[in-house]
Unconditional design. Structure first.
Length: 282
């Protein structure tokens, strides 16, 4: 987050600009750190820590404008929440791993940790915008401040961090906020962590439902009512959201939409961008 707010109280719903990927300021960490497995998402196998064969010397992708037709749909839906530029320009002070190979091991280890922290910052910022969760805003604000402080730590401290323990505490808080917001929705369904792969949910009433960590890969959600649904971590790869209503869906992230199918009739919260491949399908 913004350095000048280091000692200030976080602003409710604060500045998310630093939580959006700025690839121009990153040393292509997402093209190097993760492993790829040849599949519908990736055309090649790539071990962790090895640059993708499409990565150019200037840290740009050689097939950026044709990733989907070239078989790299997985690249188009990845979101680092701004962790890439944070690690590249702040944690390692602009020292890139190609010209400074002594930084590579630690940089590659720190990146997924920072990515987890930035994702948590995104969710905490959203939690602070939920008026129904006002009673939790103090705790959410403190959790946001604590997480921001962690992102300012050096590589050695970050590599020692138990990020999963930190995530568990915040997830409990976000779940409580979700329950408060959905409390007045009658007959809301609980599909938390449910296996709904390929299930026909066309036109389903999922208003206020918990779909946290649900597997909705390839599910038919055409015309479904997803208003106020909690979709934290839901796997929407290949799910068909055509005509679905996602107004007020909680903890939705852009990459979930990018991984799904949809059309011009899909109702999205105003802060989201309709994926370009949806328009091609119309």
């Amino acid at each position: 987050m913004s350095e000048q707010r280091e000692h200030d109280e976080p602003t409710p719903g604060g500045d998310r600009l630093s939580l959006r990927a700025d690839c121009e300021s990153c040393f292509a960490l997402c093209c190097v750190v993760p492993a790829f497995s040849a599949s519908a998402d990736f055309a090649i196998n790539k071990p962790a820590g090895q640059p993708c064969s499409n990565l150019q010397p200037d840290f740009r992708c050689g097939i950026h404008n044709r990733l989907r037709p070239e078989g790299f749909a997985g690249c188009t839906v990845y979101d680092c929440f701004g962790a890439g530029q944070r690690v590249s320009q702040v944690t390692f002070g602009g020292l890139d791993w190609r010209h400074n190979p002594e930084t590579s091991k630690r940089m590659f280890e720190v990146f997924p940790i920072m990515r987890d922290l930035h994702e948590l910052l995104w969710y905490l910022n959203e939690g602070l915008t939920l008026l129904a969760a006002h009673s939790l805003h103090g705790e959410l604000s403190r959790a946001l401040g604590a997480t921001e402080r962690l992102t300012r730590q050096g590589p050695d401290v970050l590599m020692e961090l138990d990020v999963q323990a930190h995530r568990r505490g915040i997830n409990d808080l976000l779940l409580a906020a979700s329950e408060l917001l959905r409390a007045d929705v009658p007959h809301r369904k609980d599909h938390r962590a449910a296996d709904l792969i390929g299930v026909d949910l066309g036109g389903a009433d999922l208003r206020g439902a918990s779909l946290r960590s649900a597997y909705l890969i390839g599910a038919d959600l055409r015309g479904a009512d997803l208003r106020l649904a909690d979709v934290t971590g839901a796997d929407l790869r290949g799910a068909d959201l055509s005509g679905a209503d996602l107004t007020g869906s909680m903890f939705l992230i852009q990459s979930q939409l990018d991984a799904a199918k949809g059309d011009s009739a899909t109702t999205l919260p105003s802060s989201f961008t309709r994926p370009s491949h949806w328009l091609v399908q119309d």
